[in-house]
Design a protein around this ligand. Structure first.
Ligand code: HEM
Length: 392
């Protein structure tokens, strides 16, 4: 009998970046966890961390580890472009004063959100995306919901959604020239739209925009940094929440416990939470060393880069018992896919609410189509950190 030809399904990923879009990267992640706490990857030229405890330590070492390399605060490909300006202001991409200038307002506004209202808004957004292919609706449902929560009117939602998809497409090292050009146009349009929205004084009560601006003295003109961080709320939503929603659909197909739980409103929330742990949309993040630091017995030198494999940490048995089992009702679920420490995601509760509403809508209004597409299979969109399924 001949040996079957190895396929992507049967071949282990060759590195932790390629693993992100592998059909099943989790056995490979287990081998990473069984290796040294910090392993040097000579091909990628960075340290790799995969155990939960080590990743938590790294994410708390704020002074020595930064979110961007000192020599390249903005990716070279977008420096001097509108997208580069926005990127340079994002709290996600900054430390110190630039981080603290806007993080508290964003965090307060997101923490104060009425999640029931956000759920209802996402259901409405889903109705507006019924004509879109499923793979686009994964993005458009959460994006349009957040745009609506910020204060955009219904008529503006499709355009804001389209510009945001173009903006996010330029943030990957895999971006093409055409994507970079489209991102410039889209970013300029988004900044202008946000400027006009903010100029509608006072911001409509109850909107996320009003909540973000609450602490500012009335009549204060918005800074470019604030506008950029409003754009940032949409960009942080985009790929990550699309991935969570898509991976939730896959869990629903594969996992009997997910199917059972998905029958109720609360159960759907649990399916989303467990998906965010078991098969998250953000598989890794990076940190850059600015001064020598000892972590888990390894000395990292200034200039070193570290890849933190958050998706491996979620399945660390020292972090979650029986980590490979999909358990919507898991007690004391722990996860690192929303980060940890100073830069932890302030949008976690909102993201899970939007994904649960998205699942509710897609498994209701579009169930037959969803079943058919899931039956045909899926692949993952090219990415170095995001796991977002594409259904054709
Ligand atoms: C499933 C969806 C999401 C996932 C998996 C996710 C994941 C993350 C992660 C891992 C980080 C930290 C990255 C790091 O420290 O290297 C982060 C930061 C952030 N996220 Fe999310 N996110 C999601 C949705 C959202 C949403 C819906 C919003 C807001 C509308 C949001 C807003 C932010 C912001 C503003 C930051 C930067 C925080 C800071 O640097 O202080 N995220 N997110």
């Amino acid at each position: 009998m001949s040996t079957p030809h190895p396929t992507l399904e049967t071949m282990a990923p060759t590195d932790p970046v390629k693993a992100v879009v592998h059909p099943d990267p989790y056995p490979y992640y287990a081998t990473l966890r069984d290796g040294p706490p910090l392993a040097w990857n000579a091909t990628l030229r960075l340290w790799v961390a995969s155990r939960a405890e080590v990743i938590e330590t790294l994410l708390q070492a704020h002074g020595a580890l930064r979110v961007r390399p000192a020599a390249e605060p903005v990716p070279r490909a977008i420096v001097g472009q509108p997208a580069g300006e926005v990127f340079g202001h994002l709290v996600r991409m900054n430390e110190g004063a630039a981080h603290q200038a806007h993080r508290p307002a964003l965090q307060r506004a997101l923490a104060g959100l009425d999640l029931q209202g956000a759920h209802a808004t996402a259901l409405e957004a889903a109705t507006g995306t019924r004509a879109l292919p499923l793979s686009d609706a994964l993005f458009s449902i959460p994006l349009r919901a957040v745009a609506r929560l910020l204060g955009f009117g219904d008529a503006a939602l499709p355009r804001v959604d389209g510009w945001m998809r173009d903006f996010v497409a330029c943030l990957s090292p895999l971006s093409s020239e055409a994507q970079l050009r489209a991102a410039s146009v889209a970013t300029a349009a988004l900044m202008a739209r946000f400027e006009a929205l903010v100029a509608d004084a006072p911001a409509a009560r109850g909107t996320l925009l009003a909540a973000v601006r609450e602490a500012e003295p009335a009549g204060t003109p918005p800074s470019r940094a604030l506008l950029a961080n409003l754009v940032g709320l949409l960009s942080q939503t985009c790929d990550a929440t699309a991935g969570l929603l898509g991976n939730g659909l896959i869990a629903w197909r594969r996992e009997p416990a997910a199917r059972e739980a998905a029958a109720t409103h609360d159960g759907l929330q649990m399916v989303v939470q467990e998906t965010a742990r078991h098969d998250p949309s953000v598989h890794n993040t990076r940190r850059f060393v600015t001064e020598p630091v000892d972590i888990a017995g390894t000395t990292l030198a200034a200039g070193d880069a570290v890849l933190l494999v958050l998706a491996a940490a979620n399945r660390d048995p020292a972090f979650n018992p029986e980590p490979d089992r999909f358990q919507p009702l898991r007690a004391r679920r722990r996860m690192l896919g929303f980060g940890h420490g100073l830069h932890a995601c302030p949008g976690q509760a909102l993201a899970c609410t939007l994904a649960a509403a998205g699942l509710e809508a897609l498994l209701g209004e579009r169930r037959a189509e969803v079943e058919r597409l899931l039956e045909r299979g899926w692949r993952y969109r090219p990415s170095v950190n995001g796991r977002i399924p594409q259904f054709d």
